[in-house]
Design a protein around this ligand. Structure first.
Ligand code: V47
Ligand code: SF4
Length: 381
């Protein structure tokens, strides 16, 4: 059903006819084009794109909003790469500020969660030669031996590309080895902005867009799932964002292996891009909305609260997002080091449930693959 606000926009005589055509496509369940995407970014005002995105969100997931119970482990914050947006990268030159965990130290961190009802461990960090193919296959095996039901969501194509190249194995062979060792899914990081005009400038030297997409494709072909991200709001133009979304939509048509898309707002503290201003909350919400409209073959859009703060995350639930990620429990440093709202990101399950209920949505605790762990409908009445 079209919302009243959307009807209002469509009836408005002031509405740009080209925008009206895009809205009609969205209502009819038709895919919007690259040009339509650019038009939405250039001319779609917040209320308009929000109403369209909310329509799409409610078609896909009704009133539900998902979250999970997870924690992060960052095996190292030292990195051979020097992405200019990253608040880790400078640490390669100041190793004393860095950490480098062994397999046993990572296991010890994971064991601290033994008596807690978490369903997922999210493992990612910098790239260093020591943490190679054997390191990670040993780690995944040991995690599974210790706690077989804990979902291991680990590493991105940035790490895998480096690890497989060093071990001289193909992406297909490498991902098969990771699956056999116990990897359950891949998080969405390392995507940044795919187009080389921007990627070379902010993330030169690490895997290319084609390599990032090929590793996800190899993983999906094994019947496995992963996420995708986009780091937006820095030096890219709107059409670079649409190009990024287009490449993801094309691969998703082919494999259907992506679970969720996570827009990541560029934060400018403590990195080489501190002179680049951060975009406004209005731009964040427009970006959620247009991503939701464009990625018609993605089931979920995640508003990562640790990055944008709890208030903006709540707003995003009316602009296309249907997922808030997890409890996290202060186990990730990547955003607090870059100036994110939450310097000590942690939310209890009850706090997450309350955040969702406060905006009139129905919370569902999910596992990583969106299986229902707990419904909270009964408490909504
Ligand atoms: O790839 C690094 C980004 C990503 C900054 O799949 C920054 O469920 C903004 O991908 N400003 C890693 N962003 C995190 C990530 C992620 C997070 C939560 C959930 C999932 C998931 C994936 O963080 C990196 C990079 O794009 N990043 N520095 C910064 N200054
Ligand atoms: Fe390394 Fe990732 Fe930071 Fe780039 S974003 S410097 S690959 S940790």
């Amino acid at each position: 059903m079209k919302s009243a606000s959307l009807q209002h926009y469509l009836n408005s005589s002031n509405l740009d006819p080209a925008l009206k055509t895009v809205a009609q496509k969205v209502f009819a369940g038709k895919r919007i084009s690259f040009e339509d995407g650019v038009l939405l970014f250039e001319k779609g005002e917040l209320g308009f794109v929000g109403a369209l995105a909310n329509f799409v969100k409610e078609q896909k997931s009704g009133n539900y909003v998902y979250f999970n119970r997870n924690f992060h482990v960052e095996p190292t914050n030292i990195c051979v790469y020097t992405c200019s947006f990253c608040s880790y990268s400078r640490l390669i030159k100041q190793k004393e500020e860095g950490w480098e965990l062994s397999v046993e130290q990572i296991l010890d961190k994971i064991k601290k969660w033994d008596d807690k009802p978490v369903t997922e461990v999210h493992i990612t960090g910098g790239v260093i030669p020591k943490q190679d193919l054997k390191f990670y296959t040993d780690l995944f095996r040991k995690i599974k031996e210790h706690r077989p039901d804990l979902h291991v969501k680990a590493l991105t194509p940035v790490e895998y590309h480096y690890i497989f190249k060093k071990a001289k194995v193909s992406y297909e062979e490498g991902m098969k080895l990771m699956k056999e060792a116990g990897l359950d899914s891949m998080p969405g990081g390392g995507a940044e902005i795919f187009h080389p005009e921007i990627r070379d400038e902010i993330a030169g030297g690490k895997c290319t867009a084609e390599e990032w997409l090929s590793i996800h494709e190899a993983w999906h072909k094994l019947g496995m799932r992963s996420n995708a991200t986009m780091l937006y709001g820095h030096v890219e133009k709107y059409w670079h964002r649409v190009d990024h979304l287009e490449r993801l939509r094309t691969l998703q048509d082919k494999t259907k292996g992506f679970n969720t898309f996570i827009p990541l707002k560029f934060r400018n503290q403590g990195n080489q891009m501190s002179h680049v201003p951060e975009v406004s909350v209005i731009e964040d919400l427009r970006n959620y909305a247009i991503s939701r409209i464009y990625l018609d073959n993605f089931d979920h859009i995640k508003a990562y609260w640790a990055m944008i703060g709890r208030g903006t995350a709540q707003l995003a639930l009316n602009f296309g997002a249907d997922d808030l990620d997890g409890t996290i429990d202060d186990t990730t440093k990547i955003y607090s080091m870059a100036g994110a709202e939450d310097q000590n990101p942690a939310l209890s399950t009850q706090q997450l449930v309350d955040l969702i209920k406060q905006v009139g949505r129905t919370p569902i605790e999910r596992d990583t693959l969106y299986g229902v762990v707990k419904r909270f409908e009964e408490e909504m009445a």
